[in-house]
Design a protein around this ligand. Structure first.
Ligand code: ZN
Length: 196
């Protein structure tokens, strides 16, 4: 065993992060070990803690540490409106607008046949069951305005309409090609108000 195997293991582990190649991983590892040992400890503890405690909310699939997330537990939410978003980050963006008081269904992805992401991976069946529970009156599709986000919204809309569920989509105004997470709050709030 070479005396740098721990370092190599760290670099290989960092490379698992999206968008991180060999050079970036090396830079991060050197930084942590050379300049920020306390940060390295903090990072490893936070990773261990989160990876063993964070799970998916049984109702909306977002990240949570309990059975149900805070939003699903909140008795003040409008249970008749269900907003479908791709990621917990998109849900957080929606929440920051303060314009939506309903509940969510978080797909944890979007349909992407080329990457092998199909209906089962984004919980389409669970969404259909949820939307058809008799409580939900409107499903608002707030997937991204990217090609895959649009295709996902289209597929979901068709499936929901076949079951007689009222479906709306965030209005344009959200720039084409954009991830909801990065859109400014005023634009999201308008797109929500103008949904159709
Ligand atoms: Zn939830």
């Amino acid at each position: 065993m070479s005396d740098t195997s721990s370092l190599d293991a760290l670099i290989q582990a960092l490379r698992r992060l999206p968008g991180i190649g060999q050079k970036s991983a090396q830079r991060m590892a050197f930084h942590l070990l050379q300049h920020d040992r306390a940060g390295a400890q903090l990072l490893s503890q936070a990773l261990a803690q989160a990876s063993s405690h964070v799970r998916h909310c049984v109702r909306c699939h977002t990240f949570t540490e309990g059975e149900l997330c805070e939003v699903c537990q909140d008795p003040g939410r409008d249970t008749a409106r269900l907003c479908v978003v791709e990621t917990p980050a998109d849900q957080a963006a929606m929440e920051r607008t303060g314009a939506f008081k309903g509940l969510y269904f978080v797909l944890m992805g979007r349909l992407s046949p080329l990457d092998g992401v199909g209906p089962r991976d984004i919980g389409v069946q669970e969404l259909l069951e949820r939307a058809g529970d008799g409580v939900v009156q409107e499903v608002i599709l707030a997937t991204s305005f990217t090609a895959e986000g649009e295709a996902t919204a289209h597929a979901l809309a068709e499936a929901l309409k076949r079951r007689g569920v009222r479906v709306t989509r965030l209005a344009r105004g959200v720039p084409v090609g954009s991830e909801l997470e990065y859109v400014d709050l005023g634009t999201i709030a308008h797109a929500l108000a103008d949904r159709r």
